[in-house]
Design a binder for this molecule. Structure first.
Ligand code: SF4
Length: 430
């Protein structure tokens, strides 16, 4: 029996790196310290792999990769999509494949935190690490997010309960504010819960900015609310922000996908900047998939843009809406798709999935899922963080190296994509 300590769970953006995994005879026997989701994901990481196949016929991995390279070489306008649960090394290979096939490259942040990533390119975001939050934060705000259910160890490991260097009292030493459109398990843990009406993120952030800057806010008689919450409640929030020693605002899809999307996050980022005139104050996006942050990082290093990139002219062009996955599928613009580490059969709208079924679709994934049955080419891969190594970026932009715990009969995403890229280059030169 081998006990692996400090294993990284790759499921959500918390990337908890204190997990203990017992392995015997190349089998995972137990997982300790992970939340229920993380434990389940690691325990069953190498079960139910798909069978390598081309058009429903079982084949070898090498034959499936050769067919995938042939499809992408012949495609006029391919889409390369997913990326959020694979390693940054594999993401780098996907950028190169998109470039040499003159295709489109997009990741899952296109319909989650993408607007926030774009906003940060305009305004920047004063941010900090999860370790700093644990050690220093005395004011924690959760806005449009519900980490008790989406990031199950965030509160216990980083933001609410842990005792840190300058937070020796843990939960007792922290004030907690929740802003959401409905009560959730997270809002129940807050000292102050402001239940706002949907679609008012921009107005609320603007009002808080004005209050923090000391600007007078005047309202017509009887209309002194913002987001259907009395302005006096927002005054108290502004005072709590100005009065804290170290505050953190965590924002989720309730902010990024609310009406106005990216300008909401611009205004929230400016609110964070304004608060820094009075105290130390930071913003952290509650990134969902394990390495969706890495997808934005890698695409930005290599193309200049974090998502929605088109290479049809031979150089990267960026235009959300035009080169986002869903609009391209709705317009039926693409003629082949390479899907890596995501399950569009489960996540995308039915019309988008119905269109994908009509074109050659290549799918790389460690598990059988709702995309497997209708993919033209199915390539099983070793699950990262369990049977393959690589790098993932945590929600606070800290890169973590993953461990390999067991052997898999299948190659890693990175190895498959390197081979696929070489075959595409060979086809182009022959
Ligand atoms: S909180 Fe997220 S990273 Fe941590 S164990 Fe649970 S699923 Fe894994």
């Amino acid at each position: 029996m081998t006990v692996h300590k400090n294993v990284v769970c790759t499921f959500c953006g918390c990337l908890c790196d204190d997990i203990e995994v017992e392995v015997e005879d190349n089998t995972i026997k137990s997982v300790k310290k992970a939340c229920a989701i993380g434990k389940n994901k690691i325990m069953h990481a190498i079960t139910e792999p798909p069978t390598p196949s081309v058009n429903g016929t079982k084949t070898s991995i090498d034959a499936a990769v050769t067919e995938a390279a042939r499809i992408l070489s012949k495609a006029r306008n391919p889409l390369i999509y997913g990326l959020s649960s694979t390693t940054s090394e594999a993401q780098r290979e996907l950028v190169e494949i998109a470039e040499i096939t003159r295709g489109n490259l997009d990741n899952c942040s296109s319909y989650c935190h993408g607007p926030g990533v774009l906003a940060r390119q305009q305004t920047g975001l004063v941010s900090c690490s999860l370790g700093e939050i644990k050690n220093r934060a005395d004011l924690v705000i959760y806005w449009g997010c519900n980490p008790v259910e989406s990031h199950m160890r965030h509160l216990s490991r980083y933001s609410l309960q842990p005792k840190g260097l300058y937070t020796p009292e843990g939960r007792k030493g922290r004030k907690v504010i929740a802003i959401d459109i409905r009560p959730t398990p997270t809002t129940k843990r807050a000292d102050v819960f402001l239940q706002v009406s949907p679609g008012h993120t921009f107005e609320i952030a603007s009002a808080l900015r004005a209050l923090i800057q000391g600007e007078p806010l005047e309202f017509p008689e009887g209309q002194d609310t913002v987001g259907d919450v009395p302005i006096d409640s927002w005054r108290k929030v502004a005072d709590m922000i100005k009065g804290c020693k170290y505050g953190v605002l965590h924002f989720g899809l309730g902010v990024t996908q609310c009406r106005n999307s990216d300008i909401n996050v611009e205004q929230v980022a400016r609110l964070v900047q304004d608060a820094n005139r009075h105290t130390r104050f930071y913003g952290v996006a509650m990134r969902g998939h394990g390495n969706v942050n890495g997808a934005n990082q890698v695409m930005t290093w290599l193309t200049g843009y974090p998502l929605c990139v088109n290479f049809s002219k031979g150089y990267p062009r960026h235009n959300p809406g035009e080169y986002s996955t869903l609009p391209m599928l709705a317009r039926k613009d693409i003629d082949a798709a390479l899907i890596v580490a995501t399950d569009p059969g489960a996540h995308l709208p039915k019309d988008a999935v119905d269109f994908l079924k009509t074109i050659p679709t290549i799918h790389l994934d460690p598990h059988r899922n709702l995309t497997t049955p209708w993919s033209s080419v199915v390539i099983p891969v070793a699950p990262v963080g369990v049977a393959a190594t690589g790098t993932f970026y945590r929600m606070d932009n800290v890169p973590l190296r993953l461990k390999k715990l067991v052997d898999s009969p299948f190659p890693s995403d990175e190895e498959v994509l390197k081979t696929m890229k070489e075959k595409i280059v060979y086809a182009a030169n022959s």
